[in-house]
Design a protein around this ligand. Sequence first.
Ligand code: GAR
Length: 202
Amino acid sequence: MKRLGILLSGRGSNFEAIAESIAAGCLDAEIAVVISNRADAPGLERARARGLKAVLIPSKGLEREAYDRLLVAELARHEVELVCLAGYMRLLSSVFIQAFPMRIVNIHPSLLPAFPGLDAQHQALAHGVKFSGCTVHFVDEHLDAGPIIQQAVVPVEDGDTDASLSARILKEEHRIYTEALRLVLSGQWRLAGRRVIAAGAD
Ligand code: GAR
């Protein structure tokens, strides 16, 4: 069973969706540790409530690489094999990426490469797109840019606000994060250039 490390900075609903999938037997993995860089992240409390190891490593005042070394050490201590970013709102340095090559996945609330960075749902509304969605991807050294594992399309409705669009996208986030993790954990995929190809797909 693969050991997951979850990094989050806030609410933690994607973390909970992963935890629920594991509990339901849909994902053959265990959550070894949940780490937050913010003390006020509700996700930390939610992890504790599930009886999981939840660790606060405050990032304030620390230089990025120094902070990432602390993170890598904590993940290694828990023998984490795959790192799942679940609303983790900090850029990772190459120190971190090189410690877990092709073993870090992230979820982002847009159809990448559209609308990377902060407030992706607001960016989508402001741009006037008719469809947006979410993306699970491997993490490389660039912002929201690594090979795409899974995407889901969500319509933008005329009356949408940031909140209503975010809620519609979030539902799909919870669904595809588990699907993407199933593929990654199965090992039944390969990389062709930037394309993640599931075994049997060709
Ligand atoms: C999610 O919408 C996630 O896609 C987004 O933060 C939210 C976290 O919610 N992540 C990013 O924007 C990363 N660039 P959650 O804490 O309830 O999972």
